[in-house]
Design a protein around this ligand. Structure first.
Ligand SMILES: C[S@@+](CC[C@H](N)C(=O)[O-])C[C@H]1O[C@@H](n2cnc3c(N)ncnc32)[C@H](O)[C@@H]1O
Length: 221
């Protein structure tokens, strides 16, 4: 089942590889209108920038960016963090290829293909896990919560944003009728209350914010 879902996800991100950045960065009037409608006016780009602002430019630990996608929101910040070690991981080779074009040759950044459900890193080896727009795409969300927590050091931070169900009818409708059937989003989707419980079971400090159908959080292990 998970293997089938992974194939569907790979196919979906293969098909959208040429339009992904344009739509997400609202590069034209149509994508601007779509994103505004989809998130109910919430500024999702501002949320990603807010999340990155939690990491100071002089940070010197290890950061895992999962899923890194094409690195469209992160490349400028990651390039600035020259004292850090940054690992960018994604399941889709099509997305990674574009991330490599942005980040290849930057000494403190490495990129790898992998599955968030079986992270190829030792337990307690990462200082910050950054997960932007990933949990609504991951097929096995419990494994993803478990694995991202396992690799974090005690005291390490989990910073994430993703879609949650039950906040905005129009977002739920588009997710259920378009994005999930295509494979860009993958059920089951959690509510804010469910996410809170999953995080509180794993982290000693949990700060959660919701803005329409986007949840973003900063947690400490
Ligand atoms: C909506 S994109 C977000 C990418 C990027 N963080 C961003 O904000 O642009 C979702 C990403 O999740 C990746 N993905 C889906 N399932 C995955 C898995 N099991 N392990 C790692 N990445 C996965 C997809 O390949 C895709 O690049």
């Amino acid at each position: 089942m998970i293997a089938e879902q992974n194939d569907k996800i790979k196919g979906a991100y293969h098909d959208s590889k040429n339009i992904y950045d344009g739509v997400l960065t609202q590069g034209n009037i149509l994508s601007k209108a779509y994103i505004k409608f989809f998130w109910g006016g919430t500024d999702d780009i501002a949320i990603t920038q807010r999340m990155l602002s939690f990491i100071p430019d002089e940070f010197s630990g290890t950061i895992l960016d999962v899923p890194c996608g094409t690195a469209v929101f992160t490349d400028t910040k990651w390039k600035k963090l020259t004292a850090a070690k940054i690992i960018c991981l994604d399941y889709s080779e099509d997305m990674l290829r574009q991330a490599r074009q942005r980040l290849n040759g930057v000494g403190h950044i490495s990129l790898c293909q992998g599955d968030v459900g079986v992270l190829p890193f030792e337990s307690q080896s990462i200082d910050v896990v950054m997960s932007m727009n990933g949990f609504h795409a991951f097929p096995d969300k419990i494994k993803a919560f478990d694995e991202t927590c396992r690799v974090l050091k005690t005291g390490g931070q989990f910073i994430a944003c993703f879609y949650i169900r039950g906040q905005l009818r129009r977002t739920d409708w588009v997710v259920n009728h378009v994005l999930a059937p295509k494979g860009w989003f993958t059920p089951p989707f959690h509510t804010e209350g469910e996410v809170r419980k999953l995080l509180e079971e794993r982290y000693s400090e949990v700060e959660i914010h919701t803005d329409n159908a986007i949840l973003w959080c900063v947690c400490r292990k």
